[in-house]
Ligand binder design. Structure first.
Ligand SMILES: Cc1cc2nc3c(=O)[nH]c(=O)nc-3n(C[C@H](O)[C@H](O)[C@H](O)COP(=O)(O)OP(=O)(O)OC[C@H]3O[C@@H](n4cnc5c(N)ncnc54)[C@H](O)[C@@H]3O)c2cc1C
Length: 531
């Protein structure tokens, strides 16, 4: 039976720790740690760094207006259009404006971004971008290459201590200030709880995809960090906005492999089993329309039993060379994309909601910061523009580091022992019956298409599962799910990633972000359930 005693932190004991504790070893967490050097930093990650993180799975790349003819203003304008009326313009201004500098940082850390014949950064085009602006690596290898470079840089940085296989469960709040985290080792299966304290805590735990039955995200992306922050009293924002990637490859895998949008950027079309290009009547840009529109188009075909397929047969000439990752997924499933159609389905992919932060990554709780997909900075509004999320992760990680460095005294002490503690275990629990029930409910009622009746049913199921919770980790996960359900029920319109069949129009009244605490959300549940 698991012990509930809080053990002293064993691997490298320090009293009165003055390091920064970063929870999460994806792009946001590692970039923040590197930018904080030589300040002492402890990074906790549920899986070995470079694994168990969406960052390593990113295929297309990072949006940055570095191509000929492109400008920061055009990048800002495209993001505002995609975000459907509620993008915070100051935030996207800062983010797009710092994109080139952060790409430069990544080059310095050794990321081998693709170059053109003149040696300039090569850029690709993606849906809803008015210019070619996605900085990439070998076609679809951006995430893997970026993370490989950052992991190597982190391992070489003496001020960064990495605790791999440590799953954070609870924030430590003392005198109203977040001062550390309670975590369990062995990928969360350890019996002992460890208390890891520091001057500041940065949450960088990524997204929520695994709250849904079909997702492109790794198992670790289940909203635990967001739930933990909510339970500690932090403010959350835009929790109703979930982005579904239109084209996950539909071969019954969990997580579902992704067929990058760049395929459609290269001319691949979407057809149903009758060979009809069903997106043509749905949007003037057809397959290159906004993600939510394409996701709904595909969802309708799948639901009607006609299926949806990517046809890459004439558009992509050398699939293996141009899109090696997607090619690998297809061939492993017996699909030859040069000859066969690729079956696709929408999958929970990106979360626009999360821990509310200000423009430097500060949350509403003293001592607590957040960056990457677990946040809602306002940069994405109701619908993220493709490839803006890696950019957001590095921009806000750097902003947090810069702000903390200005606030903090001293670097890593001489007796600081960096190094890592690793585990081979992986986070499991997805097969727990309550997790299975939660994922089914979320997909059935809080997915691509929503309505009041379905969402009320989902909220009732979530409240029941919360009452039956079997672990603190599940408390965190179910809290995030509850907040999504409450905020989605509360918004009586459709906008971006939130589409209600009972309120299909955008309403001027709702042209605003949702900002809420867990207590506030709990207080409106009885009214919401009455309908
Ligand atoms: C298949 C796929 C393709 C994508 N392609 C692109 C793209 O081309 N361009 C783009 O901009 N975006 C893309 N995205 C989105 C982008 O990858 C993510 O938004 C971004 O990588 C998030 O970075 P992050 O550091 O916030 O989170 P992650 O990279 O997911 O890292 C989260 C970290 O937190 C850890 N963690 C989670 N919970 C805990 C816990 N309780 N305790 C301790 N550690 C924890 C995880 O193990 C991991 O180390 C893609 C996403 C997916 C899934």
């Amino acid at each position: 039976m698991a012990s509930t005693a809080i053990a002293a932190f064993v691997p490298k004991p320090r009293t009165g720790s003055d390091d920064v504790v970063i929870i999460g070893g994806g792009l946001a967490g590692l970039f923040c740690a590197l930018k904080l050097a030589p300040k002492a930093v402890t990074v906790l990650a549920a899986a070995p760094i470079g694994r168990g993180a969406s960052s390593a799975w990113a295929q297309a790349g990072i949006a940055a207006a570095v191509g000929a003819g492109d400008t920061t203003d055009k990048h800002i304008a495209d993001t505002i259009i995609a975000g459907d009326g509620i993008v915070d313009e100051a935030v996207i201004g800062a983010m797009a404006g710092e994109a080139a500098d952060r790409i430069h940082d990544l080059l310095e850390y050794g990321v081998p971004f693709d170059r053109d014949l003149e040696g300039k950064l090569a850029v690709s085009r993606e849906a809803a971008h008015s210019e070619s602006r996605i900085v990439r690596v070998k076609g679809d290898m951006a995430g893997r290459a970026i993370m490989a470079a950052l992991v190597a840089a982190v391992r070489k940085t003496p001020s960064i201590r990495v605790l791999e296989g440590y799953v954070a469960e609870e924030l430590i709040v003392e005198d109203g200030r977040v001062s550390g985290v309670v975590a369990r080792d062995k990928a969360g299966s350890g019996e002992e709880l460890h208390r890891i304290t520091g001057t500041h805590v940065v949450m960088a735990t990524g997204g929520i995809g695994h709250l849904y039955e079909v997702t492109t995200n790794p198992t670790e992306a289940r909203g635990g960090g967001i739930g933990m922050a909510a339970r500690a009293g932090a403010r959350l924002a835009d929790m109703e906005f979930v982005q579904f990637h239109p084209t996950a490859i539909h071969i019954g895998k969990d997580p579902a492999p992704l067929a990058t949008e760049a395929l459609r950027g290269h001319g691949a079309t979407l057809v149903n089993s009758a060979g009809e290009r069903f997106m043509l009547p749905l949007h003037p840009d057809a397959e290159l329309g906004p993600r939510d529109v394409v996701a709904r188009g595909i969802f309708a075909e799948v639901k009607a039993g006609r299926g949806a397929f990517l046809d890459c047969r004439t558009a992509i000439h050398d699939f293996e060379a141009e899109f090696p990752t997607v090619y690998g997924y297809c061939t492993a499933a017996g699909i030859n994309p040069a000859k066969d159609l690729i079956p696709v389905i929408p999958a929970a992919h990106y979360f626009m909601g999360g821990i509310w932060t200000d423009i430097v990554g500060r949350s509403s709780l003293p001592g607590f910061w957040a960056c990457g997909e677990c946040t809602s900075t306002g940069a994405h509004g109701a619908n993220r523009l493709a490839s803006n999320s890696l950019l957001e992760a590095v921009v806000f990680a750097a902003r947090i580091a810069e702000t903390l460095k200005a606030e903090m005294r001293g670097d890593a002490p001489a007796d600081w022992q960096a190094g890592s503690v690793t585990t081979d275990e992986h986070m499991t629990e997805n097969d727990h019956p309550n997790m299975v029930a939660l994922r089914q409910t979320m997909s059935a009622h809080l997915g691509v298409l929503r309505d009041g009746e379905g969402m009320r049913e989902a909220l009732r199921t979530i409240l029941k599962l919360a009452n039956e919770s079997h672990s603190v980790r599940f408390d965190n996960v179910i809290t995030t799910a509850k907040l999504i359900a409450v905020c989605a029920l509360n918004r009586l319109e459709s906008r971006g990633g939130h589409f209600r069949t009972d309120y299909p129009q955008e309403m001027p009244y709702w042209k605003r972000r949702t900002i809420v605490t867990l207590d506030q959300a709990n207080a409106i549940i009885p009214d919401l359930l009455e309908g």
